[in-house]
Design a protein around this ligand. Structure first.
Ligand code: FAD
Length: 303
């Protein structure tokens, strides 16, 4: 048994396409579609022809942006089942999926592009961007995955029911500072990211000043979060978050593929590095060979 979990959030314009549902259905014969929404009444017709049993969980105040509350609701709903929980491979999908997996204490395997359901396990393939490497995982038992799979939408009647969405009062959602949670990185139009080239934790203070001036979010490499100069929530890359801002400023970052996987879809990339052969320059639209700390100071004075 598997659950596909979707969000239909009118205030965000967030919805999941039926093509993704069809792609999941093609792989899991026994599938229930769970939709968390603030406008269930508009959705009955959409899912009544999807061929997948659908439960619409309705609360007019629901917003998927409240990641903690969304994950909390799903945790309470699913904690006693022993299944595969599937999300769309989107920023919000992955954020909620990761939180749910942590709460359930089960593996989370993101960005799956191919699935084979076997008698005792589910085989999952994930292509790692720009490396031509495919990572194969086998999920035995309960787990959370996110998928980038589309299928052909074939109209077939399906049962659609509506239930209220209620958040458990016993374990209320906890709110954390937006910047510390790292959520702002995902929605930022501008990201200023720093690497080991900023030398030490002190080097990130001017970067944060610059971020305030540019209305940007601060990101970092794993090398930086590993030594505690910034929290792990700021890590961009294969082990952290993927960002796609209009402008990505990269300061003192070498450009390892594990990092660039998480930012190479940015519209414009500006890189500063003392080493003219640094791999980041292959990606950058504009490159400055120079000291990142000095360039940051100059930018703070300029903007
Ligand atoms: C399984 C695995 C997963 C990983 N996941 C991630 C991930 O998700 N995200 C991630 O970021 N990394 C990840 N890494 C680590 C990654 O491989 C790199 O080690 C890391 O990205 C390097 O960070 P960096 O560029 O800050 O540091 P470095 O590699 O140390 O590079 C520092 C750069 O700063 C430049 N520099 C030095 N001084 C200055 C100065 N004054 N001004 C300007 N430039 C200067 C140097 O020329 C150099 O290019 C992962 C590694 C593995 C093995």
């Amino acid at each position: 048994m598997a659950y596909f979990i979707q969000f239909e959030d009118k205030s965000l314009g967030e919805n999941t396409s039926l093509a993704t549902l069809a792609g999941v259905k093609a792989n899991f014969s026994s599938l229930t579609n769970i939709v968390l929404t603030n406008h269930a009444s508009d959705l009955h017709d959409k899912y009544a022809n999807s061929g997948v049993k659908t439960v619409l969980y309705q609360d007019e105040n629901f917003t998927v942006r409240d990641l903690a509350q969304t994950a909390e609701f799903l945790f309470n709903l699913l904690k006693n089942s022993n299944d595969t929980y599937i999300f769309e491979d989107s920023k919000l999908g992955n954020l909620v999926a990761a939180r749910l997996a942590a709460k359930l204490a089960v593996p989370f395997i993101p960005s799956i592009s191919n699935i084979k359901v076997g008698p005792n396990s589910v085989s999952l393939s994930r292509e790692i961007d720009s490396t031509k490497v495919v990572r194969l995982s086998h999920l035995k038992g309960k787990g959370v995955i996110s998928v980038a799979i589309n299928g052909v939408v074939e109209k077939a009647k399906a049962e659609v029911s509506e239930k209220p969405m209620t958040i458990s009062a016993e374990e209320p959602a906890t709110y954390v500072e937006k910047r510390d949670a790292g959520n702002d990185l995902l929605f930022a139009k501008t990201v200023v990211a720093g690497g080991k080239g900023l030398q030490d934790a002190e080097g990130f203070k001017p970067l944060e000043q610059l971020a305030d001036k540019l209305d940007a979010s601060v990101g970092a490499t794993k090398a930086v979060t590993d030594v505690g100069w910034l929290p792990v929530s700021r890590m961009i890359g294969i082990s952290g978050v993927s960002v796609k801002p209009d402008i990505f400023y990269s300061f003192g970052i070498a450009g390892a593929v594990q990092h660039t996987t998480g930012m190479d879809q940015s519209k414009h990339i500006i890189a500063v590095n003392t080493d003219p052969t640094a791999p980041i320059f292959k990606l950058a639209d504009y490159g400055i060979v120079g000291d990142a700390n000095q360039v940051i100071d100059q930018l703070i004075n300029l903007v």
